[in-house]
Design a protein around this ligand. Structure first.
Ligand SMILES: O=C(O)CCC(=O)C(=O)O
Ligand SMILES: [Fe+2]
Length: 396
C-alpha cells in the first residue's frame, strides 16, 4: 500500500510508441465533439454504436495492465472494475480548473483515475501542463507513453492549463470499487447485440463504419451553437490535411449535407480525383488516418494492391467540391485553428502519394479484418467471464 496523503503514481513509458499511435489513429477516425468546449472524445460504447466494435481490441491489453497497476499500487487486488474508458483530446482553448474527479454526486463511484498521455507537450501541442494543487510532484509534463495515476477524491485536486496550439490526446480511465458501475458488463451486452444480430458475425465480412447523428460531429465555437458557424469534424480532419472531398450527387441534394456524408464520397487532392468510392465520410476518414499512421511501411506490406485510378478534376466536379466544402465548414480558418499544428501540417502536405494511398486501402481492410476476427474469437470468453480481457489463442 502506498504511503502518504496525496496518493499518486507517475510511470514513464508505460505505453509503447506503437500503442500510442494506434490509439491516436482510432481517435482521429472516430471521435465526436465532447462534453466541454474544444474537447473531443471517443468512448468504447460509441465505437460499438458506429459499427466499429473491433476497434475495442487495441484497448484491451492496455486496460488490463492499467487495472493491475492501480490495484497493486493502492493495495486492492481484484476489487476494482473499470468504470469508464475514453480517448479524450483537447484543442486550442480547452482547459480545466482545480477539481477532483469525483466532485459531482453522479461521479461518487469513481475511486481512482489513470490518465495516459498519447502525445507530447511542446512537440504535438503547446500549453496543457497538468498540476496537482498540493504535494509532490506539483506539475506533470504530458509525454507520450507516460501515465499518471491518482485517487479520484479531494486528496488529489488538480488542473490542466489551457491548450495554446495543437491537439492534446489522452487515454483516460476511471476505476470503481462498485461493481454496479462496471463498464465491461455494459460493453459485453452491447457487443453481443452488435455481433449476434448482424452480418458482423461472419468472419471476414467487411466492417464499414456507420455515422452517429450529425450533431455529434458538429463543432461550434464557444458561445455560438448553431449551424451558422463551426464545422463538421470528420470533414475538417480530412480537409486540414490538404485534401478535398467529392460527392457525385447532384446539387439539389446539397441542401442537407449531413445526408450527403452518409453516402459514397471520393477523395481529391489539388486537381486530382481518386476514382474509387468510399461508403461514407467515416470510411474515407479511417483510410486517410490509416495512411498517415502507417505511411512509412505501406509499400512494403506485401499485400496485393489494386492501384486506384486518378483522374483530373473537371470544372463541374470542382464546383461540387467547393459547395460541399462551404457547407461542412462555415469558417475556413477555424478547422486549422482547432486541429492545426502549423509545422506538422506543412510537412505532411508535401509528401502525399496516391500509390501509397491505394496500399493504405488494402492494408486498412487487412487490419480491420484481423481485429474483427480477434473480437469474434474473444467475445464468447468475455461473455462467460463477464470481463473484457486478452484471451490467448494458440495460433496468434
Ligand atoms: O488530461 C489530463 O491530464 C487530466 C484531465 C482531467 O483532469 C479530467 O478529465 O478530469
Ligand atoms: Fe480531472
Amino acid at each position: 500500500m502506498a504511503e502518504g496523503k496525496h496518493l499518486r503514481l507517475i510511470l514513464h513509458d508505460f505505453l509503447s510508441v506503437d500503442e500510442c499511435k494506434e490509439l491516436e489513429f482510432i481517435h482521429k477516425s472516430s471521435s465526436t465533439v465532447g462534453y466541454r468546449p474544444n474537447v473531443f472524445s471517443t468512448t468504447l460504447s460509441h465505437l460499438i454504436a458506429t459499427n466499429c466494435p473491433h476497434f475495442i481490441i487495441p484497448f484491451v491489453p492496455v486496460r488490463e495492465r492499467l487495472k493491475e497497476k492501480v490495484e497493486e499500487f493502492f493495495g486492492c487486488e481484484y476489487e476494482l472494475v473499470v468504470e469508464f474508458t475514453g480517448l479524450i483530446s483537447w484543442s486550442r482553448g480547452a482547459s480545466i480548473g482545480w477539481h477532483s474527479d469525483d466532485n459531482r454526486s453522479y461521479l461518487k463511484q469513481r475511486d481512482f483515475t489513470a490518465v495516459c498521455y498519447l502525445n507530447s507537450y511542446d512537440e504535438d501541442f503547446k500549453g496543457g501542463l497538468f498540476h496537482f494543487q498540493d504535494g509532490e510532484p506539483t506539475t506533470v509534463v504530458p509525454m507520450a507513453g507516460d501515465v499518471v495515476i491518482y485517487t479520484a477524491d479531494s486528496c488529489n485536486v488538480h488542473s490542466v492549463d489551457e491548450i495554446i496550439e495543437g491537439e492534446r490526446l489522452t487515454l483516460t480511465l476511471w476505476f470503481s470499487r462498485d461493481s454496479a458501475h462496471d463498464e465491461d458488463a455494459k460493453l459485453i451486452s452491447l457487443l453481443s447485440e452488435n455481433i449476434l444480430y448482424s452480418s458482423n458475425s461472419v468472419p471476414g465480412s467487411k466492417l464499414f463504419p456507420v455515422l452517429a447523428s450529425s450533431n455529434m460531429y458538429w463543432f461550434s465555437p464557444e458561445s455560438v451553437s448553431s449551424q451558422l458557424s463551426g464545422f463538421d469534424i470528420c470533414c475538417a480532419r480530412i480537409l486540414v490535411l490538404g485534401f478535398d472531398i467529392y460527392s457525385s450527387k447532384g446539387k439539389s441534394s446539397f441542401s442537407d449535407f449531413t445526408e450527403l456524408l452518409t453516402e459514397p464520397v471520393q477523395l481529391a487532392r489539388g486537381n486530382e480525383l481518386f476514382e474509387r468510392e468510399f461508403v461514407n465520410i467515416l470510411h474515407l476518414l479511417q483510410v486517410v488516418q490509416f495512411y498517415y499512421w502507417k505511411a512509412s511501411e505501406l509499400l512494403s506490406s506485401g499485400l496485393e494492391v489494386e492501384p486506384g485510378e486518378v483522374i483530373q478534376v473537371s470544372q463541374s466536379q470542382q464546383e461540387k467540391i467547393n459547395i460541399l466544402k462551404s457547407l461542412v465548414q462555415k469558417d475556413h480558418q477555424l478547422p486549422e485553428m482547432v486541429f492545426g499544428c502549423v509545422s506538422f501540417f506543412k510537412n505532411l502536405k508535401h509528401s502525399f502519394d496516391w500509390e501509397k494511398f491505394s496500399a493504405a486501402i488494402a492494408s486498412w481492410e487487412d487490419y480491420t479484418c484481423r481485429l474483427h476476427k480477434d473480437l469474434l474469437m474473444s467475445l464468447p470468453y468475455w461473455r462467460t467471464q463477464q470481463i473484457i480481457y486478452s484471451v490467448q489463442f494458440e495460433d496468434t
